[in-house]
Each structure stands twice: as C-alpha cells, then as structure tokens.
Design a protein around this ligand. Sequence first.
Ligand code: OXD
Ligand code: MN
Length: 628
Amino acid sequence: MALIESNTARIVAPLSAYGAQPALAGPGMTALVAWVDQIAALTRPDRIHWIDGSPDENDALLRQMVEDGTLIRLDEHKRPNSYLARSDEGDVARLESRTFICSEREEDAGPTNNWADPSEMRATLHGLFEGSMRGRTMYVVPFSMGKIGGPISQLGVQITDSPYAVASIEVMTRVGVEVTKRIAGGEAWVRTVHSVGAPLEPGAEDVAWPSNPEKYIVHFPDSLEVYSFGSGYGGNAILAKKCYALRIASVLGRDNGWMAEHMLLIRLIDPQGRAYHVAAAFPSACGKTNLAMLRPTIPGWTVETLGDDITWIRPGEDGRLYAINPEGGFFGVAPGTGAATNVTAVETLWGNVLFTNVALTDDGDVWWEGLTDEAPDHLIDWRGEDWAPDAGRPAAHPNSRFTVAAVQAPSIAEDWEEAVPLDVILFGGRRATNVPLVVEALDWEHGVFLGSTISSERTAAAEGRVGELRRDPFAMMPFCGYNMGDYFAHWLEMGRIVAEPPRVFQVNWFRRGADGRFLWPGFGDNARVLDWIIRRLQGEAQAVETPIGHVPAVGSLDLEGADVSQNDLDELFAIDVDAWLEEVGLIDEFYDLFGDRMPAELRGQLSALRSRLIRARLDPSRPQTAKD
Ligand code: OXD
Ligand code: MN
C-alpha cells in the first residue's frame, strides 16, 4: 500500500533565493517537513520551493511561466498584469468519474460517490506518484481558507508540481509564511498533494500544459488527505477549493457541528438600509457568480458580494448560524459573462486576471461568447487556432474560466472576510418545468426537504451529456465527502441545534413556457424575488399556501417596470398537480438510493407532500397559486 508511510531522507536540495524552507521550529514544523520530505522522496522533483506568498515571488513565477510558454501575457494597457493559459484538450473540466472518496467503509462514502478501498487506492497512487515530479519543481504551498486566524478558518498545505496551480491558489486562498508559522505552532492542517503526472526526462522539451491521460482525484476522509494526479485544470488542481473546502470540510463539519456548503453568500441592503445575509446553493454553472454580483433593477436595493461558490457555516453563541466565504477569489465561468448579464464581473476583470481557455484577440486581449453581442472578426480560439465568427464552433471553451481576487469586485463588501449571521438560505436548480419562480419552505425540515430535491440539467462544468436532468441535492452531489443520507441528517440536526435557523426558500430562474422561452427575465430582475423574500422576513409580503409551499400572493411580488406578461407570470407559478405527483415518484426513487441512511423525517416530508397534492387534486377549488 505505501504512499508515504516510509521515513525517507531528503533527496533534493531546496532553492536558495526564493523558496527556501522557512526557518521555523515547533512540533508542527517537524511534522510538515517530514511530510514534504516523504512526498519528495516518492515523487523525486529536481527542486523544492517553499512558497512564501510574497509579490516578488509571484511575479517571478508568472514571468517564468510566460518564458516557458505556459502563459501568454495579455496586452498591458488593455488587461494589465493578466495572463492566458490554454489547457490540454483532454483536461478542461472537473472529472467526477475520476473523483474518489476512499473512506475505510464503503457505506460511509455512500451511493453517490465513487468509493475505492483505501489500501488499494494508496497502492495505485504510490505507483502513479513514484517519480512523477522528475525534472520539475515541487512547490509547497501553505494556505488558509478564510482569513488567517479567523474563527471559522482552516489551514492546509498543497504540494504541487504545477506553477499554474500555485498562481491560482495564490488568488483563491491566503497563501504565505504566516500560515506556515501557525502550522509550526501546532495548528491543525490538511495535507493535499497534486502532480500533473508528466515527469520531464533530462533534455526533453516541456509542453505548455503538462498532464496525464490517467487522472485521479482522491480523498481520504478518515485521515483528511487529498491526492490529485494527472490534471492541471482548476477544480482538479486547486485542491483547496472543491477537494478541501467542500469534500474534506463537509466531513470536518459533520464531525464538529458545522457545515461546508456549495453556496454563494451575499448581503442585501433594503431601501431602509437594513442588511440581510443570504446563502444560496445552485448546481454548477447556474449563474451563481451572477447572483453574487447582482445589480438590482428595483430602486433602493443594494447587493454586496461576500462569496460566489463556497460557504462555511457555524452556529454562533446567539443561536444563529454564522457564515464565511472561505475562498479569496473567484474561479468563474467566462462564457455568458458580459455587460448584459453581469457587468460587475466584467468590471472585476479589468486586470490581474488569470484566464484559462478563453479566446485571444488580435490586440492581445481576451474574448468569450457572451462578453459582447458581436464577436470580433478574428480570434485565436482556446485551442490556439485561427477563428472567425463563421467557424461553427465556440472561440472560448464552454467551461473556460477567470481567476481573480475577490477584492477586485466593485460589489465586494468592505467586511467580506468576517462571519455574518445568516437570514436566508436559497436553493435553486435549473428546471424548465414544474418548479415555480419562488417557493417558501413551511419550516426548516421542509426546507431541508427542498434542498434534498434540487435538480438541474447537466452543464459543461463537468463531463457528461449536456441537458440531461440530474438530481443535485443541496448542489452538493459532486462535493459531499461522505454518505449523502448522513449529510441530509446533518442538515436536519443543524436546524435543531440553533434557536433561530435561517428561513429557507427555493427559486428557479429557468422555467420555460410551452413555447420553450424562458418565462422570467432573470439577472437584475432576480432582485424582485429577493425583495419578496426579505419582505416575507419582515412580515410585510403576503403568500398563499400551496401543496408545495408558500408562493407570493397576487400582487405581492414587485413587478413594476418588469417586462413579464400576465400569461408568463401565470405559467411561472402554475402547479400542475399530476406532474408534481410524478415528481414525487421520482424523488421517492431517488431517496431509495440511500436505503436505511435516508432520514425518516424526509420520507415523512415526501409523503406529506403527496397527501397535499392528492387533496389538491380532489378539491381543485382550494387556492393553488399566486395567480389562480
Ligand atoms: C465550479 C463548479 O467550478 O461548481 O465552481 O463546478
Ligand atoms: Mn461551484
């Protein structure tokens, strides 16, 4: 089995100028150095570079990548200090089929994760990592999720042979010697190891994006370790993000009474200046960054950004749940981000950006589908080939990305690194049918039920057939590090241990009419839904009870100035009882997956929903929707 159990002596020299091992002492440092030595002995890099997080070091790293052909520097006037990376064509997305949860017992990984026996997996990884960094530099990257020393923050170290991963981690987390000092002092940290799996033979020429056709993204939740091999792409290579901040952190949360969620986090300020905090779970590529940077179309409201992808939540002493965004930057999907959809993101990207797989313009800037209405006449596409608007293929990869520091968003809250009390939790999917624009849960337990039923059409962020409907409870299906049945139970428990849990709502911006059109304008107009939600909290907005939850009463949604016809509104809130009874059957089947790990409370919620629907069918005169 091996994979770093032996105590081997250091076999490589550290760099002297940048990258020397920090001169720190303490039990934590001894353990850290021993681990680094073990990984080096296994992977055999030519050099070890301890990242100190300084701007000079970052500059040198970026300059080296430009020299090596890994990055293209963009025009300094158009996009200052910004770079473009083009990945290998086979390395463009997270790979769920190559992602493993290796808990000791298979049932603890649950039916929605790929499980592999931990000893067998260690043996496999040992073979893969053996000598995998030959000819390369091994970077040791100490990082903090959440501000360094924050009450909800957690530490980690990533070892990687990818300078692109280092530069990305420096944007996405807080990196540097301050973290190493805390580790040296004995604070807990998580071990993560990454190799692109492309050793460089002496004299061999490197490629711009080294990777390996064989890919593994492996989590050992019992020992809190991550190993990723073969891919340089963001979600597989920035291990602090999905691997640690969601999969490993969800396990830490289960064991220690907190939650790691795939949620954006915003502050809404109403026309009276009152602030509310909303965390929202949406499956990948459902416009989370757009909502995190929303510009309301209704007067008087402001949205401040706190986070766009991950939220960690802990009970506070006052009986409320408190949340932080553990990340330091945005790793956002570029296509579809434009002046019409997210002008704040466009402004955020003025400079200091690491782009991946977008197109290059003739004047050294970047372009992607949706950035502007009209495409430039000529581009170099994400594969490095000439492109013209009639090429018949996208210029940017559908999952092309920008990596940028959170502080660059003009909408970022001044205190975005502090924990905030949660008022509202939103669950959203991408549903063409059935799910209304907004539904308020009857209570926490019903809210957990709504979260467990999120579903969405598959997107380009992960491999698979685009368009296929997939259940994505809490938007955590690819990111829960343990049995999802237990995860549902943990959600139920968290609502019980706090005196004042947040109110829960379900939203769906993506419902389509019979003619296939989107019924809701979305984007800035989504603020109308948020306005209704906040007015519900204030006891001001009216709702009607339907079999599936509370929906806005007629006239309670502020639609002044909105371009939504009465017919579309009717369709947005229509509840088709028969279609819902079918949906109940599908949820039932989905719940069966979890066998005896499925909490009885959620089974109870499902049968209560079925009864309410049957009653509604028998007595259709009962009020059904906002518009009936
Ligand atoms: C992401 C994802 O990259 O959810 O954020 O896939
Ligand atoms: Mn995400």
